[in-house]
Design a protein around this ligand. Structure first.
Ligand SMILES: Cc1cc2nc3c(=O)[nH]c(=O)nc-3n(C[C@H](O)[C@H](O)[C@H](O)COP(=O)(O)O)c2cc1C
Length: 233
């Protein structure tokens, strides 16, 4: 992709996220409920969100992130800025070397886990190589994923899907994929802690319903989910 096109797509992504944030703010002003899953008008995000580049020179130390890491369960409906979204996904499992390897380890570098990101503008697949989100569903499903009410309006719900066909084969895949997911979960917790926002991994997921909404195939198993976003202080 040439630089001009890349810059254009980055601007479009920023605009797209800004638009759905503006829509939520506007709904609030009009007194329309903004809780996902209520009568709020659905807003579809852009088809592709090119995640903006950012400086990886945070002065927030790993020790500080470890001290602050905890599960938080009461989210506001404030959306994530494009930069925060970019940082969170990159920390979770972004590419950190020229050979395409990532912030998380993977058995045989097979990368059998796909991460889907449920946002107000739809559900997106995180493409690590391109560091972008590609929309797979034009629906805000955040209220349909968790059983716990406090999680329903989190700015983002990460959905961890193991692809049991991908290279490893058989039972080993699922065991190793789950370990890989654990690494992603902790990375996301730590990045959220460093950004001063909340996160909680949760097993109480409506697995059947969400798998159906995403159109997952038999070899794609939704294993667990994780909220991330601004919290009620
Ligand atoms: C595999 C797994 C599943 C979890 N499922 C839930 C859940 O469904 N709901 C929830 O509120 N917390 C869930 N948690 C978060 C734990 O409750 C939390 O980590 C624990 O209470 C310790 O708190 P801390 O994370 O703040 O240290 C889960 C944690 C793990 C590792």
């Amino acid at each position: 992709m040439n630089m001009e096109r890349r810059k254009f797509l980055e601007k479009a992504a920023v605009l797209g996220i800004g638009l759905f944030a503006a829509e939520i703010a506007c709904s609030r002003e009009k007194g329309i409920p903004s809780e996902p899953g209520t009568s709020r008008q659905e807003v579809t995000g852009p088809e592709v969100i090119e995640l903006p580049a950012f400086e990886k020179n945070s002065t927030f130390t790993l020790d500080q992130a470890l001290v602050n890491r905890k599960s938080m369960r009461s989210f506001t409906d404030t959306p994530l800025s494009p930069e925060k979204l970019s940082r969170l996904l990159w920390a979770m499992t972004g590419v950190n070397r020229p050979n395409g390897r990532r912030t998380t380890p993977s058995a045989l570098a097979a990368y059998p886990v796909d991460v889907f990101s449920a946002l107000p503008g739809g559900v997106y697949r995180y493409e690590t190589k391109e560091h972008r989100l590609v929309r797979v569903l034009s629906e805000d499903i955040r209220s349909k994923v968790p059983i716990q009410p406090g999680f329903k309006k989190a700015a983002m719900i990460a959905l961890y899907v193991a692809n049991v066909k991908r290279r490893l084969g058989g039972k080993r895949t699922i065991r190793w994929a789950d370990i890989e997911i654990g690494c992603m979960v902790q990375n996301l917790y730590l990045e959220a802690a460093s950004l001063g926002i909340g996160s909680c991994v949760f097993g109480l997921v409506r697995y059947g319903k969400v798998s159906k909404l995403l159109g997952l195939e038999d070899n794609q198993l939704l294993r667990i989910a994780q909220t991330v976003g601004p919290i009620d202080k």
